[in-house]
Design a protein around this ligand. Structure first.
Ligand code: PLP
Length: 399
């Protein structure tokens, strides 16, 4: 048999499932905004969901020290025991539940917990209920992994709190997982204790797990953060997703975690072994400092977000065609733009191209986001004021 070297270029033949994988539009808009900046345009960035603050100095110091001390090797797939212990204590205290270190799995960011949970629990054809509008990665991964995505409409007239009665109507014998997210991206809605208890009652004795995305749990301006894991009987059915990205301005460190029953934790750790091996060890050392060290900076950032939220919402409500509820948590505003007569995507594009304000179309968070835009308030008061001015000028000219 004679062998010949390949001479023709082959077509890329992707696996079919890749056509079902979505994306996070924030990253695409960021690229477009940067391209406009490269052409010399000035853009106010209100598109991406990350604190504009630096990681607190004590955390950076701990990371640097860890590097110098040689924490540069593989670690256990589930995370360093000391960090798992620190997280267990922190989650126990903040949620009023008992948590042991073997119920914690540390992963590179909050996102992998979404991926691994669906991968570990959901069979092809199973149904997953998730908030829409909502963090786009839920829908993307549900579809990617061959499950049926069942959206529950997060409605403005309920102050963007999930309607438990709607969830109840969507539950079927095939429902395997319900994803909730409070405080909620993109709307800032916060579920009340009553909502959470009603959801637990709706689930009842059914064999349904809950992925409770609590990554904005500490970024709360009104009300209380109540975890469904605290409802009697629900802890075993709940995977809490949380992390360091938002609370401590550590998005680029890639560090998050899941809290779940220990028998599930071993499987999630096995997914880590098969994918990432482990989360970077020096970042985990910094994570211990984040949790156990001084919380002053985290509190200060929270206060700053509250001030910005107040001024931005007040300002946007004075602009023709825009009306915005006060978000109760996270650092996003989700103004209703139906009175402008524009479609969300078109308006977001026009504001970027013509007004130099980068925001996201509500539809970047699912079909039920039509009629809304998302502006992050993770930017300075000065820039937020500039954005308001530009949007105001633009609407005066174009509406
Ligand atoms: N969950 C929600 C609701 C988010 O908004 C985000 C980030 O934007 C994440 C999870 C993921 O966070 P991380 O950057 O830690 O992966």
């Amino acid at each position: 048999m004679s062998l010949s070297m390949p001479t023709t270029q082959t077509e890329l033949r992707l696996a079919k499932r890749m056509s079902r994988l979505g994306t996070e539009t924030a990253f695409e808009v960021l690229v477009r905004a940067r391209a406009l900046e490269a052409q010399g345009k000035h853009i106010v960035h209100l598109e991406i969901g990350e604190p504009d603050f630096n990681t607190p100095a004590n955390i950076i110091e701990a990371g640097v020290e860890a590097l110098h001390q040689g924490h540069t090797h593989y670690g256990p797939s589930a995370g360093l025991p000391e960090l798992r212990q620190a997280i267990a204590e922190d989650v126990a205290k903040s949620r009023g539940i008992e948590v042991k270190a073997d119920e914690v799995v540390v992963v590179p960011g909050g996102k992998p917990i979404i991926f691994f949970t669906i991968l570990a629990l959901v069979e092809e054809g199973d149904e997953v209920i998730y908030p829409n509008p909502g963090f786009p990665i839920y829908e993307s991964l549900i579809n990617f992994l061959g499950a049926k995505a069942v959206p529950v409409h997060v409605r403005e007239d309920r102050d963007f709190r999930l309607d438990v009665n709607e969830v109840k109507d969507l539950i079927t014998a095939r429902t395997k997982l319900i994803i909730i997210n409070s405080p909620h991206n993109p709307t800032g809605g916060v579920m009340t204790r009553q909502d959470i208890e009603d959801l637990a009652t709706a689930i009842g004795d059914r064999d349904i797990m809950v992925l409770s995305d609590e990554i904005y749990g500490r970024l709360l301006f009104e009300g209380e953060h109540y975890s469904i894991a605290a409802v009697p009987g629900m802890k075993d059915r709940t995977i809490i997703l949380d992390g360091f990205s938002k609370t401590y301005a550590m998005t680029g460190w890639r560090m998050g975690y899941g809290v779940m029953r220990p028998d599930l934790a071993t499987h999630i750790a096995r997914l880590m072994t098969n994918s990432n091996s482990c989360t970077a060890t020096f970042t985990q050392r910094a994570g211990i400092e984040a949790i156990r060290g001084d919380q002053g900076e985290a509190v200060r950032m929270n206060e700053e977000f509250r001030k910005r939220r107040d001024m931005f919402v007040k300002g946007i409500n004075q602009i023709k065609g825009f009306s915005c509820r006060l978000p109760h948590g996270a650092f996003y505003t989700f103004p209703n733009i139906k009175q402008t007569g524009w479609q969300s995507k078109k308006l977001a594009d026009a504001l970027l191209d013509q007004a130099g304000v980068a925001g996201l179309s509500g539809t970047a968070f699912g079909a039920f986001g039509e009629g809304y835009l998302r502006f992050s308030v993770a930017n300075s008061i000065e820039n937020l004021n500039l954005a308001l001015d530009r949007i105001d000028q633009w609407t005066k000219k174009n509406l």
